[in-house]
Write a protein that binds this ligand. Structure first.
Ligand code: ATP
Ligand code: MG
Length: 150
């Protein structure tokens, strides 16, 4: 997962820098999951791009890697605008964008999280959202650990 996240960070750093934002990284090493490298990169590139897009300048995005007995776990936590409780489930629908985002001309299509959810499910994983309006959002992705084959 560390290699996946490194690549997603590389791809999103230019946008992060434009908004004077920073990454804070807290990584447990050697968390190895069963997955498609490029698809996993796509998940975190999308989540980090959202975290940047829906946050004010000069804020921090925290990236965490950890594991439990079954899953490798990655969290992308921002200090952004947040998502209303009743919208949280809907953001994974294709083309769904929360009003504020729509009116703010951020140019997205509303497909990012639908794709993320699809890739997570193809990996037999889970995605969980915690969000508070005006405080921020944490997207937590769980991907099954690679089983030892010996
Ligand atoms: P794109 O297809 O370019 O990703 P998008 O970012 O609008 O467009 P999604 O990534 O699917 O689409 O996100 C759907 C909506 O969920 C966003 O328009 C935004 O309203 C909301 N959203 C997603 N991530 C966050 C976040 N980290 N903080 C606040 N709102 C978010
Ligand atoms: Mg998006």
């Amino acid at each position: 997962l560390q290699e996946v996240l490194n690549r997603a960070v590389e791809l999103t750093i230019p946008r992060l820098a434009e908004k004077n934002m920073q990454f804070h990284v807290d990584v447990e090493r050697d968390v190895i999951v069963a997955g498609d490298f490029n698809r996993l990169i796509q998940i975190f590139t999308n989540l980090i791009t959202n975290a940047i897009t829906y946050s004010p300048e000069n804020t921090t995005i925290t990236l965490r890697i950890q594991k439990n007995d079954q899953y490798g776990i990655v969290e992308v936590e921002d200090q952004g605008i947040g998502i209303e409780k009743n919208e949280i489930a809907r953001v994974f629908e294709r083309f769904y964008r929360v009003d504020k985002a729509r009116s703010r001309n951020s140019g997205g299509t509303g497909l990012g999280l639908a794709i993320v959810k699809h890739i997570v499910e193809a990996h037999h994983g889970k995605i969980q959202v915690e969000s508070t309006v005006g405080i921020g959002t944490c997207m937590k992705v769980l991907i099954p650990l690679r089983k030892n084959v010996n």
